[in-house]
Design a protein around this ligand. Structure first.
Ligand SMILES: O=C(O)c1ccccc1N[C@@H]1O[C@H](COP(=O)(O)O)[C@@H](O)[C@H]1O
Length: 204
């Protein structure tokens, strides 16, 4: 069954609605973003969710000690490392007992050259943008990453929406899919109907 993550949660109501609609994972942004929240707020949301919903913290170039501290404070199950983290940083976070999803922004074929060096639990593919690290609503050129099709640990993101998520699943046969900005009425405020349609389309 496809793992569906809804990212950029900023409040309990949106996170509960996503869980009720069948989301397997929700994401909290701890990096520069209009969706950024603190560990206390993330904890409040985490404890309002069922245990089986994976709580993922999104970090950009944070030191491993900070990732592990925030994870403990917020009750996270996984770190999404969405910056220029090294394989050593990924290893340090995992050694601290926290599974890692390493994000790669697929600007071109070279961006994928080093992915084998990451000993991560999951590999997230996202779009590249000069303006922001993530949550851009932009798609990347899927063809550039087609060699990763069918690998058991791929999660696809970047401009996914109810209308195109099935196409992405057919293209990559990924472990999971992830979306944020296309499911919002405004940055940080999810649209319940879009979230539900995204999950239905992904799991359909
Ligand atoms: O959502 C953000 O604001 C964000 C900020 C910094 C790093 C990552 C962020 N979100 C991640 O971006 C991708 C794609 O989002 P979108 O669906 O294109 O809006 C997703 O994996 C989020 O986890």
């Amino acid at each position: 069954m496809m793992m569906v993550k809804v990212c950029g949660m900023t409040n309990v109501a949106d996170a509960r609605a996503a869980a009720d609609a069948g989301a397997d994972a929700v994401g909290f942004i701890f990096a520069e973003s209009p969706r950024k929240i603190g560990s206390e707020e993330a904890r409040r949301i985490s404890i309002a969710l069922p245990e089986n919903v994976l709580k993922v913290g999104v970090f950009v170039n944070a030191p491993p000690e900070e990732v592990l501290r925030v994870a403990a404070e917020a009750g996270l199950d996984m770190a999404q490392l969405h910056g220029d983290e090294t394989p050593e940083t990924v290893a340090a976070v995992r050694a601290g007992g926290l599974p890692v999803m390493k994000a790669v922004r697929v600007r071109n074929a070279e961006a994928l050259a080093g992915v084998e060096r990451f000993d991560a639990d999951l590999l997230l593919l996202d779009a590249y943008s000069e303006e922001a690290r993530g949550g851009t609503g932009k798609r990347f050129d899927w063809g550039v990453a087609k060699s990763l099709k069918g690998r058991g640990n791929i999660v696809v993101s970047g401009g996914l929406a109810p209308e195109n998520v099935r196409e992405a699943i057919d293209f990559f046969e990924p472990y999971g899919v992830d979306a944020s900005s296309s499911l919002e009425d405004a940055p940080g405020k999810k649209n319940e109907e879009s979230v539900r349609r995204f999950i239905v389309a992904a799991k359909g």
